[in-house]
Design a protein around this ligand. Structure first.
Ligand SMILES: [Fe+2]
Ligand SMILES: [Fe+2]
Length: 365
């Protein structure tokens, strides 16, 4: 793309140049100025587009998948959410993957591990469990769980009657883009769980104390399960004393309790509360975000496009897209769960943020 600006590439093709480019191509080479303006944009140009996936619309297909293929045959039975602009990477936005996984009553999956990191946000069902490196985690609706890179994991549903559906979030597109993914099936197909369920929650989940004699040196959080009740309590408690962020309302990060940092080196996660009727100001930042409506109803304006959401809907904000959120219920709060690749942005010194600067701070659709 030619730009007639001094300091940018503005070379016009001539017969002589075209022949020169062809000669370079035969040598596995090229002329930078033919692509410079594309590969060095003025600001991020994500291929991903803002999208919203309606749970109500997807749920019947998720249920149908449970009768169409067996868990054993599929490995994991997941309806993945694919961004219109990132089909090449099976990404939901940027370099993040997400999907809706279903497990039938009494069903369990075999154990495996991969270099990609994973997280779960439970949507529905009573008997959900996962075993992560021998720690059996039992989880209910709106609980948040992590499966860090390299940990053995297997999932199941102990309920006698209802399916479990949860949202998976992974950094597969990132890890594949870096050509660093590995996958292994557990040699015994299953792990031997420890005696105490949710061991990591007993050890690291108090919220105000951590073990003084800990021996944890890994880069991911030793706490693997983050229950909804405590999360919501923390949001309500903070709402008593703080206005929160003008862009996000009362927003809190799920953290590694030993460091206060993100739960995993590549992905972070938040839960935010919008007060009844609250509308936030718009901002943008580098990094991609996938939201799950944990509670309530409202709308978000993303890149000038309005998306109305209700409980369990999922939507995404591409990197550097303007976005703002609103709780459309005047009586009840709304909660948004989200996960992101901010830890990568920060680790590589690529995080940037800007506030929307028209007179009112809101975008128009
Ligand atoms: Fe996995
Ligand atoms: Fe944001």
């Amino acid at each position: 793309m030619r730009e007639d600006i001094l300091g940018r590439s503005r070379v016009e093709d001539t017969d002589e140049l075209v022949q020169f480019y062809r000669r370079l191509e035969t040598m596995g080479a090229g002329a930078l100025w033919t692509v410079a303006n594309d590969i060095e944009p003025w600001y991020p140009q994500p291929k991903s587009v803002p999208m919203l996936w309606r749970y109500e619309q997807l749920r019947p297909s998720v249920l149908e998948s449970a009768s169409l293929v067996s868990g054993d045959d599929a490995g994991r039975r997941v309806v993945m959410l694919v961004n219109d602009g990132r089909k090449d990477l099976s990404a939901a936005v940027g370099l993040l993957y997400t999907g809706l996984q279903i497990m039938n009553p009494g069903e369990s999956m075999t154990a495996h591990r991969h270099a990609a990191s994973a997280l779960r946000f439970v949507i529905e069902g009573e008997g959900a469990w996962t075993i992560v490196d021998g720690d059996r985690l039992e989880a209910g609706a709106r609980d948040f769980l992590i499966t860090p890179s390299g940990t053995w994991h297997e999932h199941g549903n102990d309920s006698a009657s209802s399916p479990v559906i949860w949202q998976d979030g992974l950094d597969i597109p990132l890890v594949n883009t870096l050509d660093a993914n590995f996958y292994a099936v557990h040699p015994d197909l299953h792990q031997q769980p420890g005696k105490v369920v949710n061991t990591s929650l007993h050890e690291y989940g108090s919220g105000i104390l951590t073990p003084a004699d800990r021996g944890w040196s890994k880069r991911y959080s030793p706490l693997l399960a983050y229950p909804w009740e405590r999360t919501y309590e923390a949001l309500l408690a903070r709402a008593e004393v703080s206005d929160g962020s003008p862009y996000d309302g009362i927003i809190m990060e799920y953290v590694n309790p030993l460091t206060g940092g993100s739960v995993m080196p590549t992905m972070g996660a938040h839960m935010q509360l919008l007060r009844p009727g609250q509308a936030t100001l718009a901002h943008r930042h580098t990094g991609s975000v996938i939201y799950h409506v944990a509670k309530g109803r409202g709308h978000s304006i993303i890149g000038g496009q309005r998306f109305d959401w209700q409980e369990n809907d999922i939507f995404c904000v591409p990197s550097w897209a303007w976005h703002e959120h609103a709780n459309d219920d005047d009586r009840n709060d709304a909660c948004l769960f989200s996960f992101n690749d901010f830890p990568v942005m920060h680790a590589l010194d690529l995080y940037q943020e800007a506030a929307y600067t028209d007179n009112h701070g809101h975008q128009t659709t």
